[in-house]
Design a binder for this molecule. Structure first.
Ligand code: TYD
Ligand code: MG
Length: 457
């Protein structure tokens, strides 16, 4: 049985990685056209058994522990997202929309590492060496001109350079442009990607190179092709933000060497990316005064709490089904909150158009933002500004109850730092606050959405 199963080639979707028993024109899983291609057959059970193996299992207690050897880049926000810096022998996949600044960020990182004495290699398949040199000169980054560069689209060339140069850190820009000439498929296909990534990762582990792979992102927001790639690498970073906006956020969505969800914030300037060590102030800088529909919320998804401004605009539905449009927020969360507002807090919102956004190009999907988002919607609906000196956080349940969220103290501290005087928070969170955490803040503890609205509007 097993043998028969392994015989025929499977077909894999290049977009989502789903397998199909035979070729189809359209992937049934992700709906992409012309993305299904033949995959190399897996080796049969018999041949795997023959190849044997000499590794023996042993108790965990006998395993030597080697600490991850980090190479901090000195770019604090990048190191923060990586949990302290890139790790030797560790592989980081950096994904993001075209033009967001992936090449710029990693060139700056290599430049900084070169300056502190590490050797660095930049392999470019996207741009010519002279285009990369032009960018490097433009950056305000001493050390950029010491970075070794190789322009190629052949995996074998890249491997040869990695072995010859033995860099401490290397960047592949991008993984989709490299092609393994031993295989027939076009670059960027799943078979190619798997092979190229697999071989580079293997090389990085053996030679203890801190390796960055740049990956394109499809319009759906996945790193193109490869869910496959995310499993292979140690760390997945996504570079987010609106290309038309100056802020850029690097977020670790997976990290074998540190906490996930850690973020670093940058601003794109004429001479490259500049770190933003205090993002709250920047996110609130353009906040309109006394405008209805705007509420400031402290997030604490990453280790560093940040204040973000949530905005809502409620308008009569123009025609047909009311529209819900979100930017940087979770659309299904908004839909739930609107239903809760209507059914549990007697606010008529379900038949209106509702637009909501987190400003500054931030993606804020934490549950703690339920309460401030609901407040922003009500503020817009009533055309009454929310208190300018107050922040709010808390999860809202389907019964309209306000539930506790993690790290209330850290959220309040961030609000205090930015000059806020009042905080609306779940009663269960308020009960745990120390005197120090309450200091200088008026604490407004609430149990339900309806109670919050009564108290504040
Ligand atoms: P880039 O790093 O090439 O993006 P990616 O590799 O993710 O596709 O940078 C993209 C944009 O950043 C480009 O539109 C120009 C802009 N930019 C600056 O504003 N300042 C700079 O110093 C550099 C190098 C780029
Ligand atoms: Mg690029």
């Amino acid at each position: 049985m097993a043998k028969k199963k392994n015989k025929g080639p499977a077909y894999v979707c290049a977009s989502c990685g789903a397998t199909h028993p035979r070729w189809v024109g359209r992937c049934g899983t992700c709906g992409e056209w012309n993305s299904v291609e033949e995959a190399a057959p897996a080796p049969s059970v018999a041949s795997r058994e023959r190849s044997g193996g000499t590794s023996k299992a042993r108790p965990l207690g006998e395993v030597d522990m080697e600490d991850a050897e980090r190479l901090p880049t000195g770019i604090g926000e990048l190191d923060r997202a990586l949990g302290g810096g890139p790790v030797r022998g560790g592989v980081v996949l950096l994904g993001g929309d075209p033009g967001i600044g992936k090449s710029t960020l990693l060139m700056q990182a290599l430049a900084a590492l070169c300056r502190s004495g590490s050797s660095a290699l930049y392999v470019t398949g996207e741009e010519s060496a002279s285009q990369v040199a032009l960018r490097a000169r433009r950056l305000d980054a001493p050390g950029a001109l010491d970075v070794a560069i190789l322009a190629t689209t052949e995996l074998q060339d890249a491997e040869a350079a990695l072995m010859a140069e033995e860099p401490a850190v290397a960047v592949i820009d991008s993984i989709q442009t490299l092609r393994d000439s031993d295989l027939g498929n076009a670059p960027g296909s799943v078979t190619q990607l798997r092979s190229v990534a697999g071989r580079l990762i293997d090389l990085a582990k053996r030679r203890r190179i801190a390796l960055f792979l740049i990956g394109h992102v499809t319009k759906e927001g996945a790193i193109a092709g490869p869910k496959v790639l995310e499993h292979l690498v140690d760390t997945v970073l996504s570079f987010e933000g609106d290309a038309t906006h100056a802020f850029r956020i690097v977020r670790a969505t997976k990290n074998r060497f540190g906490p996930a969800q850690e973020i670093g914030v940058f601003e794109m300037e004429g001479a490259g990316l500049r770190e933003v060590p205090d993002p709250s102030a920047l996110f609130l800088a353009e906040r309109p005064e006394a405008a209805a529909g705007s509420v400031v919320a402290p997030t604490a998804e990453a280790s560093r709490p940040m204040l973000v401004e949530l905005q809502a605009l409620v308008a009569p539905a123009a025609y047909g089904a009311p529209r819900r449009v979100v930017t940087g927020l979770d659309g299904s969360r908004l839909a739930i909150l609107l239903a809760v507002l209507e059914r549990r807090a007697r606010h008529r919102v379900l038949d209106r158009d509702v637009f909501a956004s987190a400003t500054g190009g931030v993606r804020a999907t934490e549950r703690a933002l339920d309460l401030p988002l609901a407040l922003a919607v009500v503020s817009s609906l009533r055309d009454e500004p929310f208190a300018a000196d107050a922040v709010a956080f808390g999860e809202v349940g389907l019964a309209g109850e306000v539930r506790a969220v993690p790290r209330p103290g850290a959220r309040i501290a961030e609000a205090r730092k930015l000059g806020f005087k009042r905080v609306v928070l779940p009663k269960a969170n308020a009960a745990t606050l120390t005197d120090g955490e309450r200091e200088g803040m008026q604490i407004i503890a609430v149990r339900s959405l309806a109670e919050t609205l009564e108290k504040l509007f």
